[in-house]
Ligand binder design. Sequence first.
Ligand SMILES: [Zn+2]
Length: 82
Amino acid sequence: MLCPKCGKLNSQSSNFCNNCGKKLNQIDRTSKRGFASMEPEKRFKIAQSGGVAAHKKGSAHQFTSEEASAAGKKGGKSRKKS
Ligand SMILES: [Zn+2]
């Protein structure tokens, strides 16, 4: 159960936040889970940091010259000449 006030992750059975004491809305616990239950800004930051981390590791997808030319040919049909 994610606290809507401070974002603290409490156990599913918690009625109140262990961190700030806010009453937790138990109704939402099944409809909002994981990523979807986070605030948009928080999700963005996580997605952003995840992307950076992937780049640092070198695991993020990078176009090779062959892929780039292949993608260029595909895109060329619908895209205007640059
Ligand atoms: Zn809280």
